[in-house]
Design a protein around this ligand. Structure first.
Ligand code: TXA
Ligand code: MG
Length: 340
């Protein structure tokens, strides 16, 4: 079915329209503090299937269920002690908890897994929308599969025009990278996807945490991913991307050399380094990890819009939010990382 996709400022009227669409089993894209989501009623199997169709998403990649109130979890999953502590500390916010699922959750949501991912977003539009419709909403990022996640309503329009009836426009997303995905089905919490809620923040609340080693390396042939989404090609710009990291001055010299030896290239540089590249084509990633997280997906989309063939990006330190940034950048570069 072909839709005439409406993109409306999020106000009382468009939020009520979104709630009606959810009740009818339709899809709505909406802003969260991380990235835009593409939502459907999580308890309606046919509606959830439409998400996979609209995104061209492989059916083995499970979805996160979004709620406005903690009581909504009662019918979805078993809430354990770590979950309670983390919810008190970081919800609403960019933290997804994987918990043992209950039978009300259709298989299509969890790709048949025994756990379900749940999250309470803090974005006021997402919160109002979830409150008004009163339903748990299954929502992946609102990009077409393999493209960078959308951080503005315009990005969603690029990918979803004609495929969905409504996009709620709430401006640019604050965080810019997707939520932390944390597996709480073991004694020690395991970070499967890093985000703005960092391992240190989780350890502070739970006493311990581990980070899945697949976070910073490609999967081996035949290896099963703890989080299926990490297996699929992700965030890729159309041009080939290489990350250079290490000593600041050596990185800048190596980036210049690589750029000068390439055609139709661009450099992704930290704000404080942009001047060092002279009149080469430079995109300003931001001055710190949080700014880079905020900008990175939009820059990858911009490189596509300019039909860039070759991207050279300065790496960042893989600590705190930097871990989330490098996790996304490494995948965008298909793990082509050079240490200087
Ligand atoms: O910030 C976010 O999390 C955004 C906004 C819209 O909330 N959503 C998002 O969803 O990024 P998505 O579907 O693009 O990414 C969800 C990730 C995937 O890597 C998926 O494999 C993993 O979470 N995931 C979800 N449920 C899981 C489960 N039960 N077990 C393991 N991994 C799971
Ligand atoms: Mg996604």
């Amino acid at each position: 079915m072909e839709y005439e996709t409406l993109c409306l400022p999020a106000d009382g009227q468009s939020l009520r329209m979104a709630a009606d669409l959810f009740r009818q089993g339709e899809l709505v894209a909406f802003p969260t503090e991380t990235v835009y989501g593409l939502g459907a009623n999580a308890l309606n199997e046919a509606a959830v299937r439409r998400i996979f169709d609209a995104k061209n998403r492989p059916a083995d990649n499970p979805l996160i269920v979004h709620v406005a109130r903690a009581e909504q979890l009662d019918e979805l999953c078993e809430v354990n002690g770590n979950a309670k502590k983390l919810m008190a500390a970081y919800w609403p916010g960019p933290l997804t908890l994987l918990l043992p699922r209950k039978s009300a959750v259709p298989d299509v949501v969890t790709a048949g897994l025994a756990s379900v991912g749940v999250r309470m977003p803090s974005h006021p539009v997402a919160h109002e929308m979830l409150k008004i419709c009163g339903l748990p909403i299954a929502a992946p990022s609102a990009n077409r599969s393999t493209r960078p996640s959308p951080t503005t309503a315009q990005h969603v329009m690029e990918d979803m025009k004609g495929r969905i009836p409504l996009i709620l426009d709430g401006g640019a997303c604050d965080v810019g990278v997707e939520s932390t995905v944390l597996d709480l089905t073991h004694e020690t919490p395991v970070v499967l996807r890093p985000g703005a809620v960092t391992p240190a923040m989780i350890a502070k609340v739970c006493g311990s945490v581990s980070v899945a080693d697949s976070v910073m390396r490609p999967l081996k042939e035949g290896e099963t991913a703890p989080s299926p989404g990490m297996r699929h090609k992700h965030y890729a710009p159309m041009g080939k991307m290489t990350i250079l990291r290490g000593d600041e001055q050596r990185v800048i010299e190596a980036v210049k050399k690589a750029y000068d030896a390439s055609e139709n290239a661009c450099i992704l540089a930290m704000t404080q380094h942009t001047a060092a590249y002279g009149d080469r084509r430079v995109m300003d990633m931001g001055a710190n990890d949080a700014e880079i997280a905020h900008n990175i997906f939009a820059l990858l989309r911009q490189a596509d819009a300019l039909h860039i063939d070759r991207l050279f990006a300065e790496g960042v330190n893989s600590t705190d939010v930097g871990l989330a940034v490098m996790n996304r950048m490494a995948r965008a570069a298909a793990f082509d990382i050079i240490e200087e």
